[in-house]
Design a protein around this ligand. Structure first.
Ligand SMILES: [Cu+2]
Length: 84
């Protein structure tokens, strides 16, 4: 019983990472992927970024939940757009 509550406490302390996925439009090659990954990784709180060229899926891992607007701005900065 104590093990379960200890785990819950650990999770509630915020040590668990947040993951959010988005779809990026307009990427056509590895350079596009690098540009998006670089810009998004500079967003405050983001600890890991994964971009899949084939599907356009952008997976963002962060310590704190990150605003969609911040990701949107970073993707735009790279020259692409988030799908709605
Ligand atoms: Cu490209």
């Amino acid at each position: 019983m104590w093990a379960a509550s200890a785990l819950l406490t650990l999770m509630m302390k915020g040590t668990a990472l947040n993951t959010a996925t988005f779809i990026v439009q307009g990427m056509t090659c590895g350079h596009c992927v690098s540009s998006v990954a670089e810009e998004v990784s500079e967003v405050a709180g983001v600890s890991d970024v994964d971009v899949d060229l084939a599907t356009g899926r952008l997976t963002v891992t962060s310590d704190e939940p990150v605003e969609r607007a911040a990701i949107d701005a970073a993707v735009s900065e790279a020259g692409y757009q988030l799908a709605h």
